[in-house]
Write a protein that binds this ligand. Sequence first.
Ligand SMILES: NC(=O)C1=CN([C@@H]2O[C@H](COP(=O)(O)OP(=O)(O)OC[C@H]3O[C@@H](n4cnc5c(N)ncnc54)[C@H](O)[C@@H]3O)[C@@H](O)[C@H]2O)C=CC1
Ligand SMILES: O=C([O-])CC(=O)C(=O)O
Length: 250
Amino acid sequence: MIVGILGCGSIANILINELKDDEDIKLKYFYDNDIEQSKKLAKIADGIATDNFELMVDKSDLIIEAASPRAVGLFIENTLKKGKSVVIMSVGYLMDVNNRKNLERIAKKNNAQIYLPSGAIVGLDGLKAASIGKIESVTLTTRKSPRSIGSNGKKEIIFDGKASEAVKIFPTNINVAAALSIASNMDINVKIIIDPEINRNIHEVHVKGEFGSFTSKTENVPSNINPKTSVLAAYSAVNLLKSLNKTIHI
Ligand SMILES: NC(=O)C1=CN([C@@H]2O[C@H](COP(=O)(O)OP(=O)(O)OC[C@H]3O[C@@H](n4cnc5c(N)ncnc54)[C@H](O)[C@@H]3O)[C@@H](O)[C@H]2O)C=CC1
Ligand SMILES: O=C([O-])CC(=O)C(=O)O
């Protein structure tokens, strides 16, 4: 499978590292609005940097978006129109139901798939299963260091509200809230706390419903290139790509 990458930052870096010896998945094309970034990663991966997104889509079997919610809006519709499947990391873009329905409609029409990796949290599988029954509440509490959230503040709650609002205020920081919302078909409750005493991106999820309840807590090591992003988010994309070729799906 020939893969093109939209967005050559921290997630793309980890993808290259983890997939360099993979026999089935070849990360070949690299696109970024910062051409130096795409050149840098193409060199490491022995791939091709391009400033022509359309050409990259034509030559790839699948596109991975690891850029920004804005990039999803700019590029993914055309990708799906060409019948190419996509992996979207900036899940926050899909929090808006019109955005989601639009991409879903185009994907269906063109026989393409939209894959959303589990990202920086654990428990989405349980939430999806639990959602077969009635769900009462889903709550996410995210703790990040000032460095990870891009501030130098003291310990404080910087957001307490709905996921739909959270993704607007912190578009590249709280995609996990969108993933939980899409999985449960709810606009979930989100709290974001800055904590200068931690050096992990911590996501705690509480779910209550007909099935009972569960709590998951993920204490993520941040990427050393972009501390907003957890290493697990990139690993989840690697796992998703590898799963496309598997026969046993767990
Ligand atoms: N689903 C999840 O759980 C997670 C999702 N993410 C999201 O994944 C995305 C990528 O994350 P990172 O690799 O850490 O980001 P990064 O900031 O390290 O790299 C992003 C790269 O994309 C490029 N880019 C941004 N907008 C672009 C555009 N419109 N056109 C072309 N290139 C563009 C930037 O120049 C940069 O090189 C972000 O939106 C982030 O919020 C990050 C962590 C977890
Ligand atoms: O990587 C993380 O810990 C979470 C994150 O940035 C996001 O959900 O956008």
